[in-house]
Design a protein around this ligand. Structure first.
Ligand code: PLP
Length: 364
């Protein structure tokens, strides 16, 4: 196959109606209103309904969705927040932006998700919240996490950046904890054409606080009751998201179909365990193999682009100043074996066949 297979191709999405998006953007341009207007209000209503929560507040990014959720819960300097050692670093950035100190725990090696059995040992008098990350679109075991949180009086803010449309039992991810933090970064399952994010919640007070905090802490015009920041989702991105939200389920369904092709036919590498309690949004399709680096190189030579999510656990990053002397054997081992394969709506079955065949034929 002469054609290269890119890791991602946003322009290939067969569900994307260009005309519909162009019309939505034109409508915003013509309206003369670009921040905190009708498009955002509509998106917030639509996305709350989609996730099965009472409220949604659009914010500037997934990172700030996490930071603002914690700030709204009155979590900040002097407090600790427990999360996973294997995540996109912005989970940590968001916690640090609130002023709280992130504390990480090790993962389950068959899914890469936070090992909730290890949370309890890290709880101190300063611990205020847990931020489970629905990594790659797989839901964490929220029953187990909510149980620990309730026992110790901790808040749960779900990092749903990779899990738009994913479910835990009968619920959407982002509707189980007090807040769900979403990212609409272009690569996510629900991607804008720039930076964007949102917080979902069914707690009215938290919703009002986030609404104010994202807009200089303003509760009424020129009345600043809270020490806020500037973190808004603009009208242009909201209008685009209103269109794309309609196609999110179809996109996720297609991701799941392609994932099952990989699962059924990959012979020589390990696929992650699919937990029976939830439906993954398959943000990423991740395999595990001890020959990861050699395989990635071989696929690259065949024109297949792969990536690693993530090559370094949080505890090994220089910006993470605590727990550096600690050993997290599962996350280190996992990070050394994982490889993400191309997976997106618009990736043809033929190309998936070619990727599967290339991997099955690879000999170390
Ligand atoms: C993308 C991502 C974020 C951050 O979202 P931004 O919109 O880029 O700030 C946070 N957590 C996880 C798990 C992510 O994948």
């Amino acid at each position: 196959m002469g054609n290269k297979i890119p890791f991602n191709d946003f322009t290939a999405d067969p569900f994307l109606l260009r005309k519909e998006i162009q019309d939505a953007m034109q409508r915003v341009l013509d309206s003369g209103w670009y921040i905190l207007g009708k498009e955002l209000e509509l998106f917030e209503k639509n996305f709350a309904a989609y996730t099965g929560t009472r409220f949604c507040a659009g914010v500037a990014s997934g990172t700030e969705a996490i930071a603002l959720s914690l700030m709204a819960l009155d979590i900040g300097p002097g407090d600790e927040v427990i999360t996973t050692n294997l995540t996109a670093f912005p989970t940590i950035t968001g916690i640090m932006q609130s002023g709280a100190k992130p504390v990480v725990v090790d993962i389950f090696s068959d899914t890469g998700l936070i090992d909730y059995r290890k949370v309890e040992a890290e709880i101190s008098g300063r611990t205020k919240a847990v931020v489970p990350v629905h990594l790659y679109g797989q839901s964490c075991d929220m029953t187990a996490i909510m149980h620990i949180a309730t026992k110790y009086g901790l808040h749960v803010v779900e990092d749903c950046a990779q899990a738009a449309g994913a479910t835990f039992r009968e619920q959407k991810c982002g509707s189980v904890g007090v807040c769900g933090a979403f990212s609409f970064y272009p690569t996510k399952n629900l991607g804008a054409y720039g930076d964007a994010g949102a917080v979902t919640t069914s707690n009215e007070e938290i919703y009002f606080r986030i609404n104010a905090l994202r807009n200089y802490g303003q509760t009424k015009k020129y009345c600043h009751d809270l020490p806020g920041i500037n973190s808004r989702l603009d009208e242009l991105q909201a209008a685009i998201l209103n269109v794309k939200l309609k196609y999110l389920d179809r996109g996720n369904q297609e991701r799941r179909r392609l994932a099952s092709l990989y699962r059924d036919r990959l012979k020589t590498v390990e696929c992650l365990k699919e937990e029976p309690y939830g439906k993954s949004s398959y943000h990423l399709f991740v395999i595990k193999t001890p020959f990861r680096d050699a395989l990635a190189l071989n696929l690259q030579e065949k024109g297949i682009q792969t990536l690693i999510h993530y090559p370094l656990p949080v505890s090994q990053q220089k910006a993470f100043l605590w727990q550096n002397d600690r050993v997290f054997p599962e996350s280190s081992g996992f990070a050394g074996k994982i490889l993400s394969l191309p997976l997106y709506p618009g990736l043809s079955d033929q190309r998936v066949d070619y990727i599967i065949k290339s991997i099955n034929e690879f000999q170390q």
